[in-house]
Design a protein around this ligand. Sequence first.
Ligand code: NAI
Length: 358
Amino acid sequence: MKVLAILYEGGQAAAEEPRLLGTVQNQLGLRSYLEGLGHEFIVSSSKEGPDSDFQKHIVDAEVLITTPFHPGYLTRDLVEKAKNLKLCITAGVGSDHIDLNAAVDHKIQVLEVSGSNVVSVAEHVVMSILLLVRNFVPAHEMIERGDWQVSQIARNAFDLENKVVGTIGAGRIGYRVLQRLVPFDCKELLYFDYTPLPAEAQKAVGARRVEDLREFVSQCDVVTVNCPLHEGTRGLVNAELLKHFKRGAWLVNTARGAICDKDAVAEALASGQLSGYAGDVWNVQPAPKDHVWRTAKNPLGGGNGMVPHYSGTTLDAQARYASGVRSILANYFGDQQQDPANVIVGLGEYVTKAYGQR
Ligand code: NAI
């Protein structure tokens, strides 16, 4: 059987650090396992265009392993060429780079390693909220430049205490963000999700659900996006919705870049409608050198907390998702039932509700 993995280049770092399991070099630690079972294992980072290894090998691979950190986009077109494909495994969480409707139609199962990096991301969200609200990045840059102008920084630095923070999506990550915010004594914690939290869970974090998205954003000082990318969330945070944000709100998006309209966010930051935008996800990855989110700033020259897509790929997370991928493979080879929490698309049907319904 051919197993194809599209992973990211690890370069010198991966040669020196074997725990960088999600790289082409370290191959999720799967090579000897798969070859020991007699399978062919192709690993590459080459994913764009008809001459890429991805497009070359997808035609006869039975299993495809991809990573959200260097997404191999499995379009309907490619699904139709992938005559042997039966199983797609996302090494991590978030399978929007797979055309899920096409997978349903072609009875290709799609699984993620659910929960493998949700704490990693939730920690990153809380960090990003703090670094925006406290105006941290410009403060550090000032120090590197050799300057010292406290007032320049303090004029746009606030406490998180007594602010209203809301999450779009209160699933595994969104809920963990709320849990981690409890000790900050925010004025209120809000969430917007079409699935209400269980009463006990909602009570435990003291959160309130707001059912209308415009109303929700109009009440938040900080909005964090923690829902999957699907047909119902693509471009959800656009120019129209941004008008309903409190003036000077902070926005953190570690879910998927395309949930926020790239240009609308940059414009809202430039006009001061947003005081800050932070996150690690981009509408195209790797982001082009001139991507507006790399350098977008608020009128005071700060408010940018963008980093490459890494919040869910800490070394701790890599250990978890590599071992999760191996378990999914072992279940598949042994014809065992998969953990239902990992199944996004089963045989010809959506299993999760998180990606919306067709
Ligand atoms: P989850 O499935 O546990 O929770 C997602 C929640 O979003 C669910 O409660 C669902 O009802 C809600 N939702 C879906 N559509 C919505 C909509 N239109 N409006 C409001 N809520 C909606 O997923 P989890 O584990 O919390 O992950 C969420 C997303 O975070 C992933 O799909 C992925 O895109 C992203 N992620 C990013 C990572 C990174 O490294 N930056 C790593 C892991 C996940």
